[in-house]
Design a protein around this ligand. Sequence first.
Ligand code: AMP
Ligand code: MG
Length: 349
Amino acid sequence: MNTEYFVIDRDHPDPCILSRAADILRRGGVVAFPTETVYGLGANGLDARAVAAIYRAKGRPADNPLILHIAQIQDVEKLAREVPACARLLMDTYWPGPLTIILKRTKAVPDCTTAGLDTVAIRLPASRIARELIQLAGIPIAAPSANTSGRPSPTNAADVRADMDGRIDAIVDAGPCDIGVESTVIDCTAPVPTILRPGGITLEMLQAALGEVRWDRTQNTPENEAPRAPGMKYAHYAPSAPMTLIEGNREQRQKKIRVLAEAALAAGKRVGAVVSAETAFSLPAEVVSAVYGSQTDVKTIGNQLYTALRFFDNNPVDLIFAEGIEEKGLGRAIMNRMRKAAGHQIIRV
Ligand code: AMP
Ligand code: MG
């Protein structure tokens, strides 16, 4: 398949280019496009054949449901048969934005989009390009992250191309994404709204809007194998070499990474590190470091994490040590992704 490539100015998007991309979506094609979180792999979410093409392009297991992206709040009505007060409040407060809300679905939503569940995941993205594209297409767009299943999500079009060139109809390149980690997923069909995946809208922000919110911290640990969001049981965000995550306070984790890296180098291994700038300076020069930013700047860490994980695709190493960060605010989403990227291979110091 020949993948068309559209470059678009994010501040002054050319309506002709967006219309061409929207046409492909309306005809049942698959188009990768940027959102404020990561690049999505979009197709008509109400067309079972178009949705099947997404699963095929990604190699995504059929029991991992997709998020439907809409262009305005009213579009929820066709997709959800019940909108509880908590969901309404969240839409008014955090949409458009990086928040996905789980609701009971209508019959308009095909089984393959929800992996047979009676619920549907819906998001109104903040990205102007994403919303204009969805608006022009005039249909809800199912869009998982635009990576091959199991790999780190793409936050720029070059990373989409690396995974999807020749596998999809088109890529819309509007530069790098703002946030860099996926949306928060919250289940509003539960008796107490429950976070299934931490993301761009933090626990603190959800608590400010709703009061009581449940977040099962144990979902991040290997001790709890029973997945609550269907996609949680699969390997995710894996870099090209086995990765070990080191968690703990700053000095201890820095020291531990240095000791582990020195031992691996002494054993003749090529060693990679996904670390803060502060820690990178403390490592032996032979270590190949992908720096995700300063320890003091969690926003940049979120923005650079997947780029750092993908760095080793073109800079091969035998093993990777990753440095954890403090688990608060956006740090919760970042640690959730890092633990999965490490396949739950974690050292706590
Ligand atoms: P992705 O779009 O690849 O970032 O993944 C979408 C996430 O939303 C996965 O973790 C899914 O399991 C989750 N999800 C989608 N639909 C539902 C649903 N109906 N119920 C619970 N989780 C869902
Ligand atoms: Mg994904």
